[in-house]
Ligand binder design. Structure first.
Ligand code: PEP
Length: 250
C-alpha cells in the first residue's frame, strides 16, 4: 500500500522567523513511521525552507510554476529554478490561481508539463464551485479539468498527484463529507485508468478545510490518498495531528 501524502499549502503566509518556528515544531513532532509530508511555501522562502527541512523527511513544494521555460516573463518562476532549490512538488491550477489569475485548463496542463520535464511532481488541483455543484455539474467540471492535463501529459501521467478541492470548501470551514469526497476521488481514479495501467499509484489528495477534527474520517476513505492543507498547515499542532491521522501507527 502506498504511503499517504499530507501537503501544506501556506499560500501567501509566513515570515523568516515564523517559518523557522513552524518547521522546527513539525520536525520535532513527526511520528516515527510518518506518511509523506510536504510544505508548499512562497517562492522567496524556498532557500530558507530547503535548509530547514534538510534530512527531516519533509519534502519541499512550490505553490505554482511558470508555463514558460525561461526568458522575458517578468515575475515568473521557472520549473528549472524550483528544481535548483530541491523542490519535489509544485501545486498547479489551485482554484485561487484559476479565479484571481485567470488560469485556464490549458495553462494548468502546460504548467504540469513544465514541472514534469524537470522531475517535479505537479499537484494538479481540480474542483467545482458551489454553483456548479448545485447545478449537478461536479463530475463534468472535474473531469474536464483533469482531461486537459491527461491530454498534455498522457505518457507520464502516473507521475502527477491530484488534489480534489471543492472550491466551496476552501478556507470556508465547510468540508466535503467523506462520502462526497470519496465519490469524486473514485471517478477521478476511473478517469486515470484510461491513461495509465497503474492508476492506483497516483496520489489523489483531498483539500478543503481539512483539519484535526475531520482528517481521520476523510483519510480512511479508500480513494483518499492524503490531503492538501491550507489554514491548518500554519499551526504545527494541527498539521501534526493530520500527519498522525495519515501515518501508520508506530
Ligand atoms: C487550499 O488552499 O489548498 C486549502 C485546502 O485551504 P484550506 O485547508 O484552508 O481550506
Amino acid at each position: 500500500m502506498k504511503r499517504k501524502l499530507i501537503a501544506g499549502n501556506w499560500k501567501m503566509n509566513g515570515g523568516l522567523v515564523q517559518n523557522q518556528a513552524l518547521v522546527q515544531a513539525v520536525r520535532e513532532g513527526l511520528p516515527a513511521q510518518s506518511c509523506g509530508v510536504a510544505m508548499c511555501v512562497p517562492a522567496p522562502y524556498l532557500a530558507q525552507l530547503a535548509e530547514l527541512v534538510r534530512a527531516s523527511g519533509i519534502d519541499l513544494g512550490s505553490q505554482d510554476v511558470s508555463a514558460h521555460e525561461q526568458g522575458a516573463y517578468t515575475g515568473e518562476v521557472s520549473a528549472g529554478m524550483l528544481r535548483d532549490f530541491g523542490v519535489r512538488y509544485a501545486i498547479v491550477g489551485h482554484s485561487e490561481r484559476r479565479q484571481y489569475h485567470g488560469e485556464s485548463d490549458a495553462t494548468v496542463a502546460l504548467k504540469a508539463q513544465r514541472a514534469l520535464a524537470v522531475g517535479i511532481a505537479p499537484i494538479v488541483c481540480v474542483g467545482e464551485t458551489l454553483a456548479q455543484r448545485e447545478a449537478g455539474q461536479t463530475e463534468e467540471v472535474v473531469k474536464r479539468q483533469l482531461a486537459a492535463v491527461i491530454h498534455q501529459n498522457g505518457h507520464c501521467i502516473s507521475e502527477i498527484a491530484i488534489a480534489y478541492e471543492p472550491v466551496w470548501a476552501i478556507g470556508t470551514g465547510k468540508t466535503a463529507s467523506p462520502e462526497q469526497a470519496q465519490a469524486v476521488h473514485a471517478l477521478l481514479r476511473t478517469q486515470l485508468r484510461a491513461a495509465t495501467p497503474h492508476p492506483e499509484r497516483v496520489h489523489i489528495l483531498y483539500g478543503g478545510s481539512m483539519n484535526a477534527a475531520n482528517a481521520a474520517a476523510l483519510l480512511a476513505m479508500p480513494d483518499i490518498d492524503g490531503g492538501l492543507i491550507g489554514g491548518a498547515a500554519l499551526k504545527a499542532a494541527d498539521f501534526l495531528f493530520i500527519i498522525q491521522a495519515g501515518s501508520v501507527p508506530a
